[in-house]
Design a protein. Structure first.
Length: 290
């Protein structure tokens, strides 16, 4: 699910390069694709694993934050997850693995706390409750499919995600930190997020929660990110974007995602044997803007 999106495309490419066959669940049927409707009616095609990456872009600046958009944000995640979980539960030959990608919005923003996969969260604002209901929708009691949840940070990559919206102002020398710039900035390179999902699919014993953030993410602030992105582009990062401007564009609820942050540690991810391709921010950004 969500295979044609920003992360989905990177994961599809990686899986196919490793000899796996990939079928997308999308709105329309086609080559290597089935529709959500067909999935609901006919059930899950025979497969080894299921992944859900589906979800409406929360930070779409062209969409006003209101009830209708909130409902879309929720249903694009929770309902697609529920549909896939039901298809897995009903399958005569269930898949061996079931991987869901959610977000670090599960953890409460804090300038000082460090969160591992075992830290509590999930019930203090719209986004934390969204992640809780999203992960709850994936639960299949008694299923033989191993369940893995990857809680992703801000995904950095070429041709989409956070960086694509920031590149122009930074290229023009108009970039800078958001708000105070001191807030933590949990990030991951798109190749590592795809890599963690692939690792979860191919590791027969892996289950539970994995934090999808880079190892140096806990020490990265929004200000550091702005400086590193500017440096990668050979530009200054002198113009901070005031908090009121971020709130004006995104609305107060969404602005929290940009003006506050979490120090998230990929403890279980590293313990599971995953080796990061881009553990450091400067290397990640050089790769993206090169």
């Amino acid at each position: 699910g969500g295979g044609t999106g920003f992360v989905g495309r990177a994961l599809t490419q990686l899986l196919r390069s490793r000899g796996h066959e990939v079928t997308h669940v999308s709105r329309q049927e086609g080559k290597d694709r089935i529709s959500w409707e067909e999935l609901s009616h006919s059930g899950l095609p025979l497969c080894d694993a299921v992944v859900n990456l589906a979800g409406e872009n929360v930070l779409n600046p062209f969409r006003r934050w209101g009830d209708a958009f909130c409902r879309e944000v929720i249903s694009s995640r929770v309902e697609t997850t529920r549909t896939l979980a039901k298809a897995i539960a009903d399958a005569e030959q269930p898949p061996r693995a079931w991987v869901l990608v959610t977000g670090v919005g599960y953890y409460r923003p804090s300038p000082t706390a460090h969160y591992t996969e075992d830290s509590p969260g999930g019930d203090f604002d719209f986004f934390s409750r969204l992640v809780s209901s999203w992960e709850a929708a994936a639960l299949i009691p008694g299923s033989p499919a191993r369940g893995v949840v990857v809680r992703s940070g801000v995904v950095l990559g070429r041709g989409g995600g956070a960086v694509s919206q920031m590149l122009w102002p930074f290229r023009l020398g108009l970039g800078g930190p958001l708000g105070s710039g001191l807030q933590p900035f949990p990030w991951i390179h798109i190749r590592d997020l795809a890599g963690i999902v692939c690792h979860a699919l191919e590791s027969e014993c892996l289950q539970g929660v994995l934090n999808g953030v880079s190892p140096s993410s806990p020490v990265t602030s929004n200000g550091t990110f702005a400086q590193e992105l500017a440096a990668a582009l050979g530009r200054p990062a002198l113009l901070p974007v005031p908090a009121w401007a971020v709130q004006a564009v995104f609305g107060a609820e969404r602005a929290v995602m940009l003006l506050e942050g979490q120090r998230v540690v990929p403890k279980h991810t590293l313990e599971s044997g995953y080796h990061f391709i881009f553990p450091d921010l400067s290397g990640a950004l050089k790769d993206i803007v090169a």
